[in-house]
Design a protein. Structure first.
Length: 126
């Protein structure tokens, strides 16, 4: 796989994770409040009511994004991101179809980068 292509994918994914992860903590990008009458809104409101889910996921996204941007522990960062990206995809697939394109993009970028670093994961399967 072309290293320039994967570098662009890594940097784009890293930048997106830093920005949107930091936004989960500091709320500097204006976003609409979830509509409490929809299943997606009820789910998001219940997660927000815990008081810890969004800050923890946001901090993880920032950490993963920084690792991707600095090209430090990329294989580890991608494994940390896998369950987050799967949950983003499943949330949009089942509860919020309009956001599915961004969720697919995150999942595809994560998959491309995992494939690029597959040699580092091979020992896990032997």
């Amino acid at each position: 796989m072309n290293s320039m292509f994967t570098k662009i994918v890594r940097l784009a994914l890293g930048l997106a994770l830093v920005v949107f992860g930091a936004n989960m903590i500091h709320h500097f990008i204006p976003m609409d409040q979830p509509d409490g009458t929809t299943a997606a809104g009820q789910f998001m409101n219940s997660l927000g009511a815990t008081g810890y889910i969004f800050p923890v996921v946001g901090a993880l996204e920032v950490l993963i994004g920084v690792m991707l941007l600095l090209k430090k522990w990329v294989a580890f960062a991608l494994i940390l991101l896998a369950p987050i990206s799967i949950n983003i995809l499943l949330f949009h697939l089942f509860l919020d179809i309009p956001g599915l394109s961004v969720a697919l993009l995150v999942m595809v970028f994560n998959t491309i980068l995992i494939f690029k670093h597959w040699q580092q994961y091979k020992p896990l399967f032997y």
